[in-house]
Design a protein around this ligand. Structure first.
Ligand SMILES: C[S@@+](CC[C@H](N)C(=O)[O-])C[C@H]1O[C@@H](n2cnc3c(N)ncnc32)[C@H](O)[C@@H]1O
Length: 248
């Protein structure tokens, strides 16, 4: 389904078409090294936030896993962990199999449209932890809140949900400041912004469509029943927030 000819800006929600586009997944692959370098600290902290010893066995899910950046960070740090990676894009999962080769036998992919809500049987009914990276912002706010509840239901008591995600600024000044500081780290960004192809424009619109400020997301986590809800790290718009299912 989908290729870059069908994906152009201003066409409403094209999230599925974008992530199932071979061209866009090819572009994702070609930028992988630079992207993972920029995200390394956040992903490492995501893995470190999980309260397991490095040699302790546990099972976790990575939702909207794509090529498995978050899962790989956890599998690398926790040598006895096993992962269930959920995504709706066969293209992203196909790409992920290549990158997950060092962890063969310790992970499996499950095809799952997380906008829909019905969890496939292939996801274990009880999980020790759930992680997500750069995925939750693709869901409308109501679905974000519902998903937080579904994650809580799947977690064993005491299990953590950790999310690394971009957020929306609540003031134009904050957004301008994030942009200015990001541009210092990537001097070609302003030029790229000014000359997006239609496919790049569509991807940008898809990126920001459901981007939400961090505060209501923390409130939604607390409403769903999580405890210890906080922002544990942030870099400009990218925020690592987490919460735990109460022990009793
Ligand atoms: C920005 S990528 C992030 C991938 C990966 N978590 C990472 O950090 O590199 C977003 C991922 O979410 C997946 N995705 C988007 N909407 C989805 C949905 N409704 N159900 C399942 N996966 C979805 C896409 O296929 C893509 O792999």
């Amino acid at each position: 389904m989908g290729d870059d000819l069908t994906v152009t800006g201003d066409g409403g929600d094209q999230n599925a078409a974008i992530w199932k586009s071979a061209a866009i997944v090819g572009e994702w692959r070609s930028n992988a090294e630079e992207r993972e370098r920029r995200r390394a600290v956040g992903l490492q902290l995501l893995a470190e936030l999980l309260p397991f010893r490095a040699d302790q066995p546990f099972t976790f899910a990575d939702l909207g896993a794509g090529t498995g950046a978050a899962a790989r960070a956890v599998l690398e740090r926790h040598s006895q962990a096993t992962a269930v990676l959920a995504d709706f894009s066969p293209q992203m999962m196909g790409e992920g199999v290549e990158q997950l080769r060092p962890y063969e036998g310790r992970y499996r992919y499950v095809e799952f449209d997380l906008a829909a809500g019905a969890w496939p049987e292939a996801v274990p009914p009880v999980l020790d932890a759930v992680v997500t990276a750069f995925f939750v912002h693709h869901l409308p706010d109501e679905r974000k809140a519902a998903l937080f509840g579904e994650i809580l239901d799947r977690l064993r008591p005491g299990g953590w949900f950790v999310n690394l995600d971009p957020t929306r600024a609540v003031e134009p000044l904050v957004e301008d400041t994030w942009t200015r500081m990001n541009d210092r780290l990537d001097p070609e960004a302003a030029e790229r912004r000014a000359h997006r192809t239609p496919a790049e424009q569509a991807r940008w619109e898809n990126h920001v469509r459901y981007l939400a400020p961090v505060a209501p997301q923390l409130e939604a986590l607390a409403r769903a029943g999580f405890e210890g809800v906080d922002v544990y790290w942030r870099h400009l718009e990218n925020v690592l927030y987490a919460g735990r299912r109460p022990v009793a």
